[in-house]
Design a binder for this molecule. Sequence first.
Ligand SMILES: Nc1nc2c(ncn2[C@@H]2O[C@H](COP(=O)(O)OP(=O)(O)OP(=O)(O)O)[C@@H](O)[C@H]2O)c(=O)[nH]1
Ligand SMILES: [Mg+2]
Length: 321
Amino acid sequence: MPANLTPQYYEAEEKYRRASTPEERISALEEMLKVIPKHKGTEKLQGDIKKRIARFKEEGKKKKSTKGYDPFGVEKQGAGQVVLAGYPNTGKSSLVGALSMAKVKVAEYPFTTALPMSGMMPYKDTFIQLVDTPPCVEENIPSGLIGTFKEADLLLIIVDVSTAECLEQLEGIVNILQEREVIDLYGNEEVLTPIPFLILANKIDNPDAEENLEVLQDLWPELEFIKVSSEGVGLEGLKNKIFEMLDIIRVYGKAADREADMDRPFILKRGGTVLDFAEQVHRDFPNKLKSALVWGSSKFDGQAVAREYILEDGDIVELQL
Ligand SMILES: Nc1nc2c(ncn2[C@@H]2O[C@H](COP(=O)(O)OP(=O)(O)OP(=O)(O)O)[C@@H](O)[C@H]2O)c(=O)[nH]1
Ligand SMILES: [Mg+2]
């Protein structure tokens, strides 16, 4: 039976996808439940929403009651987790604010941000999680912050090129990350599982910025700097670059004799197969999976492919169980 979901429902669902805290997620789910048309066709979905509400409430209670709850362990959400790293006042919070709807605290003085805080950045038809962090300098590395960096799918290393201090900022943060084995700056394979990173030359809107960046570039010719400003410079290019660096693809599900569900992609690592996709759709599916039909990367639309077929960004897949 078709669910016939209403625009109000999709609005609430959109809120859910944008939510960056457990409280926001519970409130969006409760709204979804309130506005969902109540009939047989939506019973399964209603049950699913109720289960999710119960789970988030349970998790919330557990967190509160667990001694030593770690605010530096940021739960992953969305298509990838991107963590910012940098010296005080380099504009990390402003960037997260400009790219997502997170309500971050921005101030002229250093050490404004005390704990990691995440916001969801819309990108194409997905959301990417951005994590703002407290500043990180050798004399003052918040305990737990290196752990946050090591869990990231991608790091954004931020330097403030509006000031000549950007030289010290870059050297400082890169040394910390290299010494703690978070990144492998020159790809020397000295670090076992290095986190991929981008380096952002932030506050490029400042009149002195280009000149400072030139000095940086002369000193570090092998590094690539992405020019940005939370005032609106380079942000679209940055989003594309982030997606590229996350090395993920979006795949859409299709049930037999139905239109593909283009509203919500599944996210796979690049190189992911039909089998990986099946695993995401339902944990029982890989066992049952025989083959699949693919629209997009295959030679012709609806082509039958094997379980090992490697999918591409934008593919539509109908699993054959
Ligand atoms: N001109 C300009 N100023 C910026 C930009 N981004 C941030 N600022 C200013 O720089 C100051 C610091 O910004 P924040 O975003 O709080 O910096 P932060 O890195 O989060 O600071 P901490 O939390 O202390 O580490 C504020 O006064 C911002 O208004 C930018 O792109 N251009
Ligand atoms: Mg901050």
